[in-house]
Design a binder for this molecule. Structure first.
Ligand SMILES: *[C@@H]1O[C@H](CO)[C@@H](O)[C@H](O)[C@H]1NC(C)=O
Ligand SMILES: *[C@@H]1O[C@H](CO)[C@@H](O)[C@H](O)[C@H]1NC(C)=O
Ligand SMILES: *[C@@H]1O[C@H](CO)[C@@H](O)[C@H](O)[C@H]1NC(C)=O
Length: 344
């Protein structure tokens, strides 16, 4: 009997999925799927989290053939990267980019709008993942015995909404960065790179995996630690909670290999927590505060103004999603929009 585990870790407007078979029976294999669903320098943190997730499962003995990393891969060689080829996930952190397999990289469809999201929807650079599709996929995989056990880690605003319909009897356990109606938070602003290096929930579980002995720690213990550290949103758990009594190594490593020795990490004094939707603006404000150059100041100002328009548009998009999910016919939504716009 194959036993497998899928952990899906979504990164605020992105998604990281780790699929690992657990309980490694003789012929069972641990699979890990890691997805970062955004691109662009200002979204640095999502791919940094994803690379970090790779380093953890790699050092705990999962072979690259069983790790799938899906990400844009536009950081290492980004013109804004002051340390070409290097990606970090905490202040003064080590390179997490080294060795990351490039199974699925690049601009799949050319879509740039990875930034918006709404309850029940995670945005990818190339596609949006809807709750219904995700649940269909998981149920299909369960029915067709594609996994033994599955664990998800999901980082996204309103990520709780992804899992509210997760059945308790299909051997899946999921934790999410936030509940169904709150933002998740970016952390670790880096002055040199002028971007945030991580996401608070992701960094909390990733760093916990770094410092703990994963052959001793259970998922439920990790969940409780992450929940207490992630003080800006409600970290949630879903699915079969009995699974959470299993050891983390069963999902993030190879139980037959030696687990990586626990690391020591220097505490970061101020994690610089910022709601994900505010990140583009927060970055511009920080750049503005640091510059003495008049033309740069002008440039940042105009970007801030257009960014505000963008945020404004996002809020309205949110209203539109609610209308669609409320089952209103497209015609009446369009008519209502037209009548409102005529006044302008
Ligand atoms: C990073 O390292 C530099 C040089 O060692 C040090 O001055 C700085 O305080 C460190 N920053 C953090 C956030 O630890
Ligand atoms: C939850 O998982 C445990 C451990 O694998 C299993 O024994 C139990 O039957 C599962 N519960 C449900 C409702 O499927
Ligand atoms: C959350 O915790 C961090 C450090 O652990 C702290 O710097 C921050 O002020 C806290 N934020 C809130 C909203 O409690």
């Amino acid at each position: 009997m194959f036993t497998s585990t899928l952990a899906l870790l979504g990164l605020s407007l992105g998604l990281v999925a780790n699929a690992f078979p657990t309980q490694q029976s003789e012929n069972g294999k641990n699979w890990v799927v890691i997805v970062a669903g955004s691109n662009g320098w200002y979204n640095y943190r999502h791919q940094a989290d994803a690379c970090h997730a790779y380093q953890i499962v790699h050092k705990n003995g999962i072979p690259d053939e069983q790790i799938v990393v899906m990400m844009y891969d536009d950081l290492a060689t980004n013109e804004q990267n002051p340390t070409p080829g290097v990606v970090i996930n905490r202040p003064n952190g080590t390179d997490v980019y080294k060795g990351v397999p490039k199974d699925y990289t690049g601009d799949v469809s050319g879509r740039k709008i990875e930034h918006f999201k709404s309850p029940g929807l995670l945005a990818f650079p190339n596609d949006d993942l809807h709750v219904a599709d995700l649940m269909d996929a998981v149920n299909y995989m369960h029915e067709n015995k594609k996994y033994g056990k599955l664990v998800f880690y999901i980082e996204a605003c309103e990520s709780g909404s992804m899992m509210t319909k997760l059945p308790a009897d299909i051997d899946v356990y999921a934790t999410t960065a936030a509940n169904s109606h709150e933002s998740s938070y970016a952390c670790y602003y880096d002055d040199k790179r002028e971007t945030y290096l991580g996401d608070w929930y992701s960094v909390n579980w990733l760093e916990d995996s770094d410092v703990e002995d994963l052959s001793k720690e259970t998922l439920i213990k990790q969940f409780k630690i992450v929940r207490s550290h992630t003080n800006t949103s409600h970290v949630m758990q879903f699915g079969n909670k009995t699974l959470a009594h299993m050891k983390v190594i069963a999902f993030q490593g190879n139980v037959n290999a030696k687990p990586a020795p626990p690391m020591t990490l220097q505490p970061v004094e101020d994690p610089d927590l910022t709601p994900s939707p505010d990140v583009p603006l927060a970055i511009l404000k920080r750049k503005l505060m640091r510059t003495n150059d008049l033309s740069a100041t002008k440039k940042y100002f105009s970007q801030i103004t257009s960014d505000l328009k963008y945020e404004y548009a996002l809020r309205h998009l949110y209203a539109l999603v609610n209308l669609c999910e409320g089952g209103y016919p497209t015609d009446s939504i369009l008519m209502a929009m037209e009548s409102v716009c005529h006044f302008n």
